[in-house]
Design a protein around this ligand. Structure first.
Ligand code: MAN
Length: 355
């Protein structure tokens, strides 16, 4: 067992019943994959809150947003032969895919990193417009000087892409639209420029020729991204054999940029591992986890809305300590501490095979 995580004994630290639905008639079905940042001496999570109508027996209903921002409910009879509910995350009807829940983003804050509450005056951040009608998900928050950059997954019938918002006070939030078009997600912007350019990790998918791989791109202004390069592919037969995707912004260490990423098998078992990227040429991978640094072992990680899932896109770094906040089983929010030195030491063993 290569698991390096020191899980909080209070896990799970947040569950769906801790969060009030955004709209009457909805239930909070799942809490997932928070972005993490500090602001005004507090630690904040930008939660992904997944909602659907309270379900009635024998029927499946779920919300979608209209382009003018109204919630519309679609409902199917479970006995309808055109309905496929094999994956709890997806409603497949007549060959077309919808999501069983619609996600928005919600701010909660804490003074101890364990107990979080929703401060007065903060509102849910909801999807907007034609590219977000199925909601917004898995928001990374990168702090670049005094500006927070929010990169999130925008989902609609048009596809899955990366949206960008920025703010410096968490009250006025600017929308910049879709910065990486479908199919793309798992975008994390580095918190420092390198040689005058911004860098971001992202995850286009090209399932017929190619796959679900981590790429890096550069930008002069955070809006226009180019010089895309593929830096980490899936490794057949390994813990990251079917999917990989970046977590939060990489952390700077003396040896390089340390990026904690998720990897999944073809059976959808999601674990965490790490990549070490060259400090000056971050498209160069110096080392990689041969085995996961964290895998689903606890009951709240092995069973839930979608079991066997540990997924992170947010962390807090203090010296050698990295506190990772993660979604467990696509249902609850948990946290675990790691030693950065221990992660780095685990990579050096794997370096030769990782490139
Ligand atoms: C995808 C994303 C994540 C989710 C995992 C596991 O990668 O939708 O939000 O946590 O799948 O279901």
């Amino acid at each position: 067992m290569s698991d390096l995580a020191r899980r909080f004994k209070q896990n799970p630290i947040l569950s769906p019943t801790d969060i009030v639905p955004s709209t009457p008639g909805m239930e909070v079905t799942c809490l997932l994959n928070p972005g993490v940042f500090t602001y005004r001496e507090k630690l904040w999570l930008l939660l992904r809150v997944a909602e659907r109508p309270v379900q009635t027996a024998g029927r499946t209903s779920f919300p979608v947003l209209t382009e003018d921002g109204k919630i519309s409910i679609l409902e199917f009879d479970n006995a309808d032969p055109a309905l496929d509910l094999a994956d709890p995350r997806i409603v497949r009807y007549d060959g077309r895919d919808y999501l069983t829940t619609m996600s928005h983003l919600r701010l909660v804050s804490s003074t101890d990193g364990i107990h979080f509450t929703q401060p007065e005056g903060t509102s849910p951040i909801l999807g907007k417009g034609a590219l977000e009608t199925f909601g917004i998900e898995d928001c990374r928050v990168s702090q670049i000087e005094s500006q927070y950059c929010l990169t999130y997954t925008a989902v609609s019938l048009n596809g899955v892409g990366v949206g960008l918002k920025t703010t410096s006070d968490w009250s006025a939030i600017q929308d910049h639209g879709m910065i990486l078009p479908p199919h793309n997600k798992d975008c994390a912007i580095f918190e420092e420029q390198i040689d005058g350019l911004y860098y971001a990790l992202h995850r286009p998918s090209s399932p017929e020729l190619g796959g679900n791989y981590i790429w890096i791109a550069e930008s002069p202004d955070l809006l226009h991204w180019g010089n895309h390069r593929c830096i980490a592919r899936t490794r057949p037969g390994m813990w990251d054999g079917a999917r990989v995707g970046a977590g939060a912004a990489p952390v700077r260490t003396e040896q390089g940029w340390l990026e904690v990423y998720h990897g999944a098998t073809k059976h959808n078992r999601y674990c965490l591992g790490a990549l070490l990227l060259d400090l000056d040429e971050p498209w160069k991978v110096l080392a990689r986890s041969e085995r996961p640094i964290m895998e689903p072992t606890e009951p709240y990680e092995t069973t839930g809305f979608f079991g066997e899932v540990i997924f992170t896109n947010g962390h807090l770094r203090k010296g050698d300590e990295l506190t990772i906040y993660y979604g467990a089983s696509d249902l609850v929010i948990c946290a675990a501490k790691f030693s950065i030195a221990e992660i780095l030491a685990s990579l050096s063993e794997a370096a030769a095979e990782a490139r």
